[in-house]
Design a protein around this ligand. Structure first.
Ligand code: DC
Length: 231
């Protein structure tokens, strides 16, 4: 295992797709003034760079080599964080269906996950890190000071996603979103490498019938109870 690069505190926010991890993580990072790691964006960046190089997700070896040389940067701006791969801003492509599909295949390869450990751990810098993902509390930062695992029913997550996409003017079918989410959950939970499960010492928050603000408030209460944050 790669050594941790720093002893700065870490708060791990894990959970399945569409549960609001990104929004909760960004709110915590903003209010604490800590760094933010979107580990899903790391897997998406590998998938995108692989596509650009004509690499499929079948062979681990070239993907592992790519992880070692990944030209990936996050740039903070007033509207959020932009992702740069090979020097170009790739925010829109990163969320495309094609990249999502490849990212999920790439993320199931044990050697790729291992090759990305050091990169993810390098985000652990003072004053602290909010780490958003699936295995932040179980594998990447097992010594995190606080581990929160967010859940919500697949129906509720499909409803939230439906609303988001409709608001963006996209044409979507709720039943299709629901079956995609249920299928992805099953794959993530059952994969042999870093399955999406709560760490033994994680606090589980079921947000099915909670507003985003209420989830953030609950998470902040746990942060304060641990004595983490601005001193
Ligand atoms: O959270 P997301 O949808 O941006 O994640 C993209 C892909 O990467 C998705 O297939 C889940 C996977 N992933 C993972 O396996 N482990 C992580 N820590 C984060 C994401």
């Amino acid at each position: 295992m790669t050594e941790c690069t720093s002893s700065a505190p870490v708060i791990a926010i894990d959970g399945p797709s569409g549960v609001g991890k990104g929004a909760v993580s960004a709110a915590l990072a903003g209010s604490l003034g800590w760094h933010l790691l979107d580990s899903g964006a790391v897997y998406r960046a590998v998938a995108l760079a692989a596509e650009d190089r004509g690499l499929g997700a079948e062979n681990a070896e070239p993907l592992v080599a790519l992880c070692g040389n990944l030209d990936l940067h996050f740039r903070a701006h007033s509207g959020g964080i932009s992702v740069l791969v090979d020097g170009a801003v790739v925010d829109d492509r990163l969320r495309s269906e094609a990249v999502s599909r490849t990212a999920s295949k790439v993320a199931a390869i044990a050697q790729v996950r291992h090759a990305l450990l050091a990169l993810q751990r390098s985000f652990r810098q003072p004053p602290g890190l909010i780490a958003d993902g699936r295995d932040m509390g179980t594998v990447v930062f097992p010594d995190a000071q606080l581990k929160i695992f967010l859940t919500a029913s697949p129906e509720e997550r499909a409803n939230r996603r439906y609303k988001q996409l409709k608001d963006k003017g996209e044409d979507v079918i709720l039943e299709r979103l629901f079956s995609d989410i249920a299928e992805r959950d099953r794959r993530d939970r059952e994969r042999s490498v870093s399955p999406t499960v709560p760490a033994d010492d994680a606090i589980v928050i079921d947000s099915t019938s909670m507003s985003l603000d209420a989830v953030i408030e609950r998470a902040m209460a746990h942060v304060e109870a641990k004595g983490l944050g601005r001193s």
